[in-house]
Design a protein around this ligand. Structure first.
Ligand code: MLT
Length: 374
């Protein structure tokens, strides 16, 4: 069911729903009690977060989130605006809303994950959903069951959302066509990772105000990166320009066709790091995904050579704008794509990205279950 998305209320002297703070009921101290009256009013989201939120009354007409390719700029904006409102909850003593009370979110992860799986679990729990985690070693896939059979069995238990990560590109799309519940793509092979691109956009918006006109360099193993693909789609839809940089051996075929004319106008490819970084507002570094090329001929001489040519160091970062931020979806390979002193510097917003991940996933879960508060 599609429900209208909240119009952001005034940010000063009012809480999440625009009600003056003085009139609020006391917040829950245990996290198990919920105030009566309006659902989930347990925190003063927005109180400590100063980024301006656009007033918006758009709706979100999607049952699933399988890729950025399916979203237009307005739908992305709805998610980001709602995430803005959820970001402040991390600073509250009681990090709990009741908007997904009684709902069940299943995290079905067939590939390793630290950040994404934990982030979805925390997001679901902060909204009071019941969160269930399933990994391949626990699932009947280990006994020969197909992905679809596993998913149908889970669906028969009546979850509201299945969050799926799978090595096969298109796996979430297959589930979305079959299951009754909402499906969220948490990374499908080398295809898409939509919530990563959304949390990256939220982080950029926080630092740069808006994405339109930003120059974003994405550097590293583009051939295997679902993060690069989702970011390219998301950033160009929001009006940013993207420079893609990798050695020829780590550039995927057909990259220039991604997203059609819009993307061709707004993206360019280079194999020279300094060229990609020159005047960039945002530098996004990507890990070399060795696990996807096991058994193949090496794509570059050795990690030291890669680091010297494509690694971000204090020297190469100097090509970007003085206020450029450094991003990375994680996990970082320190000393390979990113020098440790840059990773640990004030320019790096990598842990902020992680924190936005929870807020963005809360927004996505609420929107897909029709639970977003007006
Ligand atoms: C992913 O799941 O794609 C990660 O966030 C990026 C990586 O694994 O390098």
């Amino acid at each position: 069911m599609v429900r209208p998305v909240a119009t952001a209320g005034p940010r000063v002297n009012s809480g999440r729903y625009g009600r003056p703070r003085a009139q609020r009921r006391p917040t829950s101290t245990t996290g198990d009690e919920f105030p009566t009256g309006r659902r989930g009013l347990t925190v003063s989201a927005g109180a400590r977060y100063s980024h301006p939120v656009a007033t918006r009354s758009a709706s979100f007409a999607h049952r699933h989130l399988v890729g950025i390719a399916d979203l237009d700029a307005a739908a992305i904006g709805v998610i980001l605006d709602l995430a803005d409102r959820h970001q402040a909850i991390a600073a509250e003593p009681v990090k709990k809303l009741a908007t997904l009370r009684g709902k069940t979110v299943i995290n079905l992860f067939f590939e390793n994950s630290t950040r994404t799986r934990t982030s979805f679990e925390i997001a679901a729990k902060r909204l009071s959903a019941d969160a269930v985690n399933i990994s391949p070693s626990q699932s009947s896939a280990a006994k020969g069951e197909t992905l679809l059979d596993t998913a149908k069995n889970l669906d028969a238990m009546g979850p509201d959302v299945v969050v799926v990560r799978h090595a096969m590109g298109g796996a979430p799309h297959l589930l979305a066509r079959t299951l009754r519940c909402a499906v969220v793509n948490a990374g499908d092979g080398q295809h898409e990772h939509p919530t990563q691109a959304l949390l990256d956009a939220a982080t950029m918006r926080r630092h740069k105000g808006q994405l339109a006109g930003l120059e974003v360099a994405i550097v590293g193993d583009l051939a295997h990166s679902r993060v690069a693909r989702s970011n390219l789609l998301c950033l160009t839809k929001l009006g940013a320009r993207v420079r893609l940089c990798a050695p020829w051996t780590l550039l995927p075929p057909g990259l220039t066709e991604l997203g059609g004319d819009l993307t061709r106008e707004r993206s360019r490819i280079t194999t020279r790091l300094e060229d990609a970084l020159d005047g960039a507002d945002v530098v996004m570094m990507l890990r070399v995904q060795h696990e996807r090329t096991a058994g193949e001929a090496p794509r570059f001489a050795n990690p030291r050579e890669f680091s010297r040519t494509y690694g971000l160091s204090a020297r190469t970062l100097a090509y970007a704008k003085p206020d450029a931020i450094v991003m990375h979806p994680g996990p970082i390979n320190r000393g390979v794509e990113l020098a440790p002193d840059v990773a640990d510097s004030g320019r790096a917003v990598i842990l902020e990205q992680v924190s936005w991940g929870v807020a963005v996933r809360m927004a996505v879960l609420e929107l897909l279950t029709g639970s977003a508060e007006a």
